[in-house]
Ligand binder design. Structure first.
Ligand SMILES: [Zn+2]
Ligand SMILES: [Zn+2]
Length: 162
């Protein structure tokens, strides 16, 4: 993995990589976190995916409906990088990740009170149920927090009185 990072940094010196527990792109600090302990090819794929977010300069302040589109774009960028580096990313893996992401977005949109699927409010933080008028807050959107292997996708919490 270090060899890949070195090669990417030669081409994109503006990118900053930091070793951490998991793979993610932090738009606030403009750093790409990666799990150094990960030695399988999935780790390399995640690294390229997060690099994709970084190169496309994705920010956190997006409505949920936009997020899936950004995930797809990051994977497209990851595919490009992989072919430049001389390997390929398994398509099933990409589809799995996108499915998991879809599930996560879906769960955020379900009313915790009456289980109706709802639309996010314009502030991008709250959902409001058009059926029972419950309002709930969702965590700040973050890229790629969920993968198939993680069975329990962290659910959103706080419910406010309508
Ligand atoms: Zn409801
Ligand atoms: Zn992502």
């Amino acid at each position: 993995m270090q060899a890949i990072i070195t090669k990417i940094n030669q081409r994109y010196p503006e990118l900053t990589y930091k070793s951490g527990d998991q793979f993610f792109w932090s738009p606030e600090t403009r750093e790409i976190y990666y799990n150094q302990a990960s030695t399988n090819q999935n780790g390399n794929w995640s690294l390229l995916h997060e690099t994709g977010h970084a190169l496309l300069q994705h920010t956190n302040y997006q409505a949920d409906v936009e997020l899936l589109r950004l995930e797809v774009a990051a994977w497209e960028k990851a595919r490009e990088l992989a072919s430049w580096l001389g390997f390929a990313i398994d398509e099933d893996h990409i589809q799995d990740c996108l499915d998991t992401y879809r599930d996560w977005l879906y769960k955020r949109s379900i009313c915790p009170n009456c289980h109706t699927k709802c639309l996010q409010q314009d502030d991008k933080i709250h959902y409001r149920c058009f059926n029972c008028h419950t309002i709930w807050r969702v965590s700040t959107s973050r890229f790629c927090r969920a993968y198939r292997s993680t069975k329990d996708i962290p659910q959103t919490a706080k419910v406010f009185d309508a």
